[in-house]
Design a protein around this ligand. Structure first.
Ligand code: SAH
Length: 362
């Protein structure tokens, strides 16, 4: 198998400018306008590379929609308000959310739907599916395109796609992990010149063993802070659901997935999804710093059960045949079981002080 077009480009970049940080490598592999992973393909579903919660079951988007409607009612039904999804993939979550919210009087008339998506190809799929369902929406390519005023912002598996930097502890110093070229001209991990000041390392990790890896998420932190500031100022709330951990720790979570299996992140760049686990401590800190209320993180299984997943499944299956009911039960298991998506995935909400996002079990 020959090299991918992006592999040629990455090698040329490295020959010219030296090794790339993990963050730059990740950003190019996912976002290169021509050959980036999200730019060139529709990665979702059984025939794709991975399955996300909205693609597992319509109940996920329905419950998230009703979560949004609850916040909107608590806030006094502002009209208009922006209903925003960041990184909407195939648009399934928004479609299911909007269908569920039709029963909430006034919600649909007040909502201005905005989809924030970098991939023109995925935006076209979203546009096609939303307009077929009779919904008006607009698109933006960055979170800075969200208009002022009250907004409810949804983000499922968005933050894991943002680039992370990695630092390796070498002889007591944290040095940046990079992607360079080995003696055979293949892409290879290495150690670069950049050093992380000890003051940027959490105190409990300063004496980590040599070889330990510390991940920083500067892009996630910046976007979370920008969004939290606007939530604190103009309302209403943000809900982020993703796979990740709640406290900063050492570990390498940079990973590649292709056709539902883990693959080498340096093999066939542009053809595999690259992600890192989300550090929810970073999101929590950004929201607190911005003066927004924070709920969670809480495990996805608990969050969905708190929102009434079991009851919703019962109603959905009530008039169906046995095979359909078993299918619905299997979907519930996939979303909430600890060994499936229930524990690794977590939910966090930012909200305007005074609002109480549902599902966090208070
Ligand atoms: N939320 C969807 C898709 C998750 S995949 C689901 O749960 O099925 C990640 C999504 O984020 C894709 O739509 C990808 O194109 C988009 N994306 C990646 N980086 C982005 C960025 N910086 N800004 C906006 N969207 C981005």
């Amino acid at each position: 198998m020959g090299a991918t077009p992006l592999e040629y480009r990455l090698k040329a970049l490295i020959r010219l400018g030296g090794p790339l940080s993990i963050a730059d490598y990740m950003a190019i592999c996912l976002g290169d306008p021509e050959h980036g992973y999200y730019m060139a393909r529709d990665p979702f579903g059984a025939n794709g590379d991975f399955v996300t919660a909205p693609e597992v079951s319509q109940m996920f988007g329905e419950l998230v929609g009703l979560w949004a409607a609850d916040i909107w009612v608590q806030a006094g039904r502002p009209s208009p308000f922006s209903l925003v999804e960041i990184g909407p993939g195939r648009g399934t979550l928004m479609l299911d959310a909007l269908r569920a919210c039709r029963i909430v009087p006034g919600f649909m008339a007040a909502a201005r739907v905005l989809m924030v998506e970098t991939s023109p190809r995925l935006a076209a799929i979203q546009q096609d599916r939303l307009s077929r369902a009779g919904h008006n929406a607009t698109w933006a390519t960055s979170t800075t395109g969200i208009p002022d005023g009250p907004a409810i912002i949804l983000a499922n598996e968005f933050f894991d796609a943002l680039p992370v930097r990695q630092f390796v502890r070498v002889q007591g110093i944290w040095r940046e992990r990079v992607v360079g070229l080995d003696a055979d001209d293949n892409l290879a991990f290495g150690i670069g010149p950049a050093v992380l000041p000890t003051t940027d390392v959490p105190a409990h990790l300063r004496s980590a063993d040599n070889g330990s890896i510390l991940e920083l998420a500067p892009t996630a932190a910046a976007i979370a802070e920008q969004l939290a500031l606007r939530i604190a100022r103009s309302g209403l709330a943000l809900l982020a659901i993703d796979y990740g951990y709640t406290e900063t720790a050492v570990g390498d979570s940079f990973q590649a997935v292709r056709a539902h299996s883990p693959v080498d992140p340096l093999a066939r760049p542009g053809e595999a999804d690259l992600t890192a686990l989300v550090n929810f401590e970073v999101l929590h800190r950004a929201a607190t710093k911005a003066g927004a209320g924070v709920s969670g993180p809480i495990e996805q299984g608990d969050f969905l059960l708190n929102l009434g997943l079991a009851e919703r499944a019962g109603r959905l299956g009530a008039d169906k045949d046995r095979a359909t009911r078993e299918g619905i039960e299997a979907d519930v298991h996939r979303l909430v079981a600890a060994e499936e998506m229930g524990s690794l995935f977590k939910a966090i909400a930012f909200s305007k002080p005074g609002l109480l996002p549902a599902g966090f079990g208070r």
